[in-house]
Design a protein around this ligand. Sequence first.
Ligand SMILES: Cc1cc2nc3c(=O)[nH]c(=O)nc-3n(C[C@H](O)[C@H](O)[C@H](O)COP(=O)(O)OP(=O)(O)OC[C@H]3O[C@@H](n4cnc5c(N)ncnc54)[C@H](O)[C@@H]3O)c2cc1C
Length: 397
Amino acid sequence: MVKDLTTDVLVIGAGPAGSMTAKWAAKSGARVVMIEKRQEIGSPVRCGEGMSKEWLKEVGVTPSSRWINVEVEGARIFSPSEKVLEINEKHAGNEVGYVVERDGFDKQLAIDAGNAGVDVMLKTAATGIVRENGRIVGVTAKAFGEPFTIRAAVTIGADGFESQVGRWAGLPTNLQLRDMDSCLQYRMTNVDCDVRYCDFYLGKVAPGGYVWVFPKGDGLANVGIGVQLSQIKSPAEARTYLDAWIAKHPAYAKGKKIDMVGGGVSICAPIKQTVTDGFMLVGDAARMIDPLTGGGIANGCIAGKICGEVAAKAVHAGDASKEFLQAYEKGWRVRLEEKLYRNWLAKEKLCSLSDETFDKVVDALEGVKLEKLTVHNILKAVHTKYPEVTREFEAFL
Ligand SMILES: Cc1cc2nc3c(=O)[nH]c(=O)nc-3n(C[C@H](O)[C@H](O)[C@H](O)COP(=O)(O)OP(=O)(O)OC[C@H]3O[C@@H](n4cnc5c(N)ncnc54)[C@H](O)[C@@H]3O)c2cc1C
């Protein structure tokens, strides 16, 4: 029989956002319990495994060969007729910098959390929210199938894209079909890809999304696709698109599939509220994925640090009211919201472009040295060569 527990901070989910939140709450002096419904942290992997790197220092993570496969120089964007735009790593977005072993990375973050004093409970799933006088005071849970209750001064939902905890807490996390990409990825061996780049193929090859090739070295690569759910008949259609793309590319058609993963990512604008009395939401559960790239590891970790620190402050102040927890709401928005919103607008526009326009945009940018890769600078460059194309983008300017 599992005994009921009481702690300062309860984190639900041991993905990157959860482990990072738990670590920083513990480092800031709180007693922390983190529960994870799976028996192994980081596995099975559902990820392209690409991530930028400049944020790692900010959240206290030291890059390690234990989880880095390849360090890339940048990204290559392929237009529908396969004109190529190269972008250096610094400007290439949330998914470009390292290609990692995601299970190793997630385990490293959980190790860091454990070393900071966090109690980790595996095979333990939250099953419902406990409320008292309208405020959240913990969850009901099952450990190895046995029900029990965890009470906490602050409860944090870090339960990923399929989050139920956010919904139970009454936060506005619902998504429309147009706000989601269905993703499918093969890990392929015996492919010819350039380990210097993460590659992205745009246009009707992947309606509302893109095909990616992230190199893992030694002829191994993650070859995947994200397709906007509102543009396909069923999530399974992502496979049809990916298989068609692979068949057309001899460097990959000759490859062997050794692994396959599917899943969803949110591509919505930032949600309106991520805290309520006694409760905060972080990472994919809080829809913090970059809507343009689909990358969520960096944002989840950056917000996780802020969330953990605020949780510990709330514990020390004896005040976990919604008003007190606004420090987190404000903190993550100052750090991430403008870029999330800007990238959402850019994604909305890109989803509506014809293949012909995509080709013109990439063609106009080929060989142009942009100091900063902003939407404004891109449009200026495109305007020089194809003024008729930028008319479609006037709203942005
Ligand atoms: C196919 C695919 C490819 C992707 N590629 C990339 C990429 O290349 N780069 C990138 O940056 N991002 C990528 N992403 C997105 C990235 O995987 C997520 O943004 C990231 O995992 C978010 O971390 P998180 O901690 O918020 O959630 P998760 O990593 O999903 O962790 C949530 C955890 O909560 C646990 N959990 C859920 N419910 C409960 C419960 N009731 N009780 C206890 N535990 C629970 C889950 O088991 C899980 O371990 C990809 C996503 C997909 C689907």
